[in-house]
Design a protein around this ligand. Structure first.
Ligand code: SF4
Ligand code: SF4
Length: 392
């Protein structure tokens, strides 16, 4: 296992982290015995970062039960505050206490604001005293590092990054999201600030593996028949020195072994220019399936009506390059769960954005299509639920 040093506290973090969202299930419950076996292999092979969250049904309990069998001191626990449920000052303490109980521990090494996707959500938390609460928890040693996980656009990521003295952050990043979400720009900025960056969705929920267009899969195979699409995706990440830990939601012993093998070889700078060109060709094949040729540059922003233009297009494209489910998930996450929604139907058709788009996209026309195809009954229900929990 290779390790990278957390520049904040100089401690080693395994470059492969265990994502605890996707444990195997027996019926509706987590298969505890199977999950424990897989986690044990990971720890024996050197994985020392385990990522869970309050809202990952049963995951904190499963992890806590396993770690209490003598493994707690060998790992860093990362878990997340469901800040969108917080309505009043005492709520954060209530959730945190419950999480410690579930995890059977008295402290967590890494604690995140879960899906802190826009700066307004952070401002709201500040009015409820979150900064003072964090300070108190850190003084008591109950929280060692404070960070946030992020699924919004680059602009909001940079704002949140500058809004507080964070110890780390977690972003969705993979070769298809190089210029969307926090993107390479966000990764580099976080690195310049001297904080570790944890990567989630390294293979876009598996879409860069089983969901690759045939032409793209063939390109990878021709280049190296022994290297799987998953290995290409992981190596692309570890090739970048700014990446600290890559999370993988492992639920199969062979998958743990294979990921550990790659994480024992993939040093920063491990990919040559020719291999990076192959990845660019694969991206071009995937982009060929896209509906809107938006690069996520953000020159069209800000929109006076509050539409997250690149976020809307990115989710809309995901529906066609990946799947309906992945696209809807991305659209709900990027346009709701915010103090103010940022969906396509908020467009007032002023046309201001179109003057700045280097791709010459008819943004108003395309947003109409986004609205038509994405703002279906499922979305409307998700928006109502988000409004209730976020109180916007
Ligand atoms: S046309 Fe719509 S998306 Fe573009 S700036 Fe105006 S309101 Fe925003
Ligand atoms: S300016 Fe054009 S390409 Fe850039 S994010 Fe906006 S719509 Fe996309």
């Amino acid at each position: 296992m290779l390790y990278r040093t957390n520049p904040v506290n100089q401690k080693p973090l395994s470059i492969l982290g265990y994502g605890c969202l996707r444990f195997s299930r027996k019926g509706t419950a987590i298969d505890q015995a199977k999950a424990e076996k897989e986690m044990q292999i990971a720890i024996e092979r050197g994985v020392n970062y385990f990522d869970t969250a309050y809202t990952y049904g049963g995951s904190e309990v499963c992890l806590g039960k396993f770690l209490s069998k003598g493994y707690r001191d060998q790992v860093n626990i990362a878990t997340k505050l469901p800040h969108y449920y917080i309505k009043k000052a005492g709520d954060m303490e209530r959730y945190f206490k419950e999480q410690l109980e579930r995890l059977r521990t008295d402290h967590v090494e890494y604690y995140l604001m879960h899906m802190l996707n826009d700066i307004a959500a952070w401002e709201r938390l500040k009015t409820l005293g979150i900064a003072e609460w964090i300070e108190e928890k850190k003084e008591k040693g109950q929280i060692q590092n404070i960070g946030f996980s992020f699924h919004g656009n680059t602009e909001n990521f940079l704002k949140i990054l500058e809004a507080y003295d964070w110890d780390f952050c977690q972003i969705q990043y993979n070769y298809m999201d190089e210029h969307s979400q926090a993107g390479r720009k966000g990764l580099k900025r976080a690195n310049e600030k001297g904080i570790p960056v944890i990567i989630m969705e390294p293979l876009r929920g598996g879409r860069l593996v089983q969901g690759l267009p045939k032409t793209a899969a063939r390109l990878l195979e021709q280049e190296n028949p022994r290297r799987s699409p998953a290995e290409w995706g992981l190596r692309w990440l570890w090739n970048q020195e700014e990446v600290t830990v890559v999370l993988s939601g492992m639920n199969d012993a062979a998958q743990v072994e294979e990921n550990v093998r790659i994480a024992s070889e993939a040093e920063a700078g491990c990919m040559g220019s020719h291999e990076l060109e192959v990845i660019e060709k694969v991206k071009a094949q995937i982009n060929h399936c896209m509906k809107v040729p938006c690069t996520g540059c953000g020159y069209c922003m800000p929109c006076p009506a509050g539409v997250d233009i690149p976020g809307c297009f990115s989710a809309y494209n995901t529906r066609y390059t990946d799947s309906w489910y992945q696209g809807m998930k991305a659209y709900i996450m990027c346009t709701t769960l915010k103090t103010s929604p940022t969906n396509a139907s908020k467009c007032l058709k002023c046309g201001k954005c179109e003057q700045h788009c280097p791709q010459g996209i008819s943004i108003r026309k395309e947003l109409e299509q986004v609205k038509r195809h994405m703002e279906n009954p499922v979305y409307k229900i998700a928006k109502i639920v988000s409004r209730r929990i976020g109180k916007y």
